[in-house]
Design a protein around this ligand. Sequence first.
Ligand SMILES: Cc1cc2nc3c(=O)[nH]c(=O)nc-3n(C[C@H](O)[C@H](O)[C@H](O)COP(=O)(O)OP(=O)(O)OC[C@H]3O[C@@H](n4cnc5c(N)ncnc54)[C@H](O)[C@@H]3O)c2cc1C
Length: 483
Amino acid sequence: MDAADFIKTLIARLGRGSVLTAQSDLEAYEADLLNKYRVPALCVVKPANTEEVAATVRLAREAGLPVTPAGGRTGFAGGAVARKGARQIVISLERMRTIRTVDPVDDVIVCDAGITLAEVRQAAEAVDRYFPVSHGGEGTSQIGGMIATNAGGNNVLRYGMARAHILGLEVVLASGDVWDGLRTLRKDNSGYDLKQLFVGSEGTLGIVTAAALRVQPRPRERAAALCAVPSPQAALQLYNTVRNSAGEILSAFELLPRSGVELHLARTGTTQVPLSERHDWMVLLEVETSIPDLDLGGLLERILGDALERELIEDAVVARSLAQRDALWALREGIAEAQASSRLVIKSDTSVPVSAVADFVDRATNAVHEVLPDVVPIPFGHIGDGNIHFNIGAPPGMSAETFASHEASLSAAVCETALQLGGSISAEHGIGQLKLHALRNAKTTTELEMMRWLKNSFDPDNLMNPGKIVEADDPVLKQEAQP
Ligand SMILES: Cc1cc2nc3c(=O)[nH]c(=O)nc-3n(C[C@H](O)[C@H](O)[C@H](O)COP(=O)(O)OP(=O)(O)OC[C@H]3O[C@@H](n4cnc5c(N)ncnc54)[C@H](O)[C@@H]3O)c2cc1C
């Protein structure tokens, strides 16, 4: 079957409206969020249900055509765009948005993979429960994408990454068979944990079509505070202090550099930082509990008062209302949003042991300045998880094109610094096509071989999102590792 026959047969099976072929319809699916990767697609398929996903994969297999699953396309690693040179079939799950069951006794939501993360959070709230994965892209990113990237976000500190919330999955395999693994058990040690193999696999092992998600008791009390700290080292000390005093109720601890806040203020032109003076480093922290009527605001005031006396912080404001709390988070998320689609900012997503975060910020700052002296470091994010996004702003006046020519060496400098400190080149955004070479530099031959075995077992013909993470017959693995 050639490509034309494939499209004809697919339209006959799924209907005209489910298979897009007009260039004007394809464009949006051919590029990533940052417009860094742009690859023509043969067609975009929008199945209505799991069986239609399976039928598409079976037909694609017959035609020998690779498929790329697409969620909300908010990923930062170019995973939902075909690799260069391949005319791929994009399978978008955007029409698969049903919440199948919500069970507040078992504390489980079973849903289609195309529903957004924000909608799942709302569905949990509607039955007085809480789905804790949360980040700036949640209004658009889908549950399938969350699972395929093992998304992290702002509450990993307390609740863990996406992986921790998956009880079961339904997956269309490379053969076109459907694996119904939608179990909702808390304890199941009956052999290998197959669902976890698909978490973080970025569409390279199968297409997630539904998930059983574990929900938590809804937090009833929350308190957030913005603190000015003299340095990342002091932020780390503050983290230990709050952790020792608030224990497991500490749910977020985020680093905000002045350079990032400035980007947000410039973009919105409205929001003021609610601290009396200008500070180079700030921390946004939050505590939450599902026990009602606990005075968490008072608790934070006591902890931060003590920290002020010990000169760990220079100033602090505790949010006293929901609106004040939301304004603090808008500041934090605004830093990510201001950079999300900017071509004058190079994104980064490394992790190091929490104890090494301040050292990492210092060393990475020196490393990128050695590559290009006037770049603007924007190290922000999940300091409590050791996951600082060490983003890099272009030197003032430099064009996006010139800046892009330095990207490989600047990114390599950040990754190398993280590795020297025992860290990872990808904390929560995945590998996609962005970090293929970095992965090969970071992993041992044994690790890369084990990944290839897995890929070979699940997708021997390399039709599931090829060119991402690792390939069955891996051409990149054979090349010299490059920056
Ligand atoms: C402003 C902003 C802030 C963000 N903050 C964070 C953050 O704090 N933490 C974080 O982890 N991420 C963050 N992200 C990144 C992003 O939102 C996550 O990576 C998200 O989980 C991707 O979901 P998606 O549906 O958009 O996936 P896509 O981008 O569409 O796809 C990502 C990968 O998953 C694969 N995939 C998608 N759907 C499926 C499926 N059903 N089955 C199999 N494979 C599939 C794709 O092929 C691709 O490889 C942020 C993004 C934005 C825009």
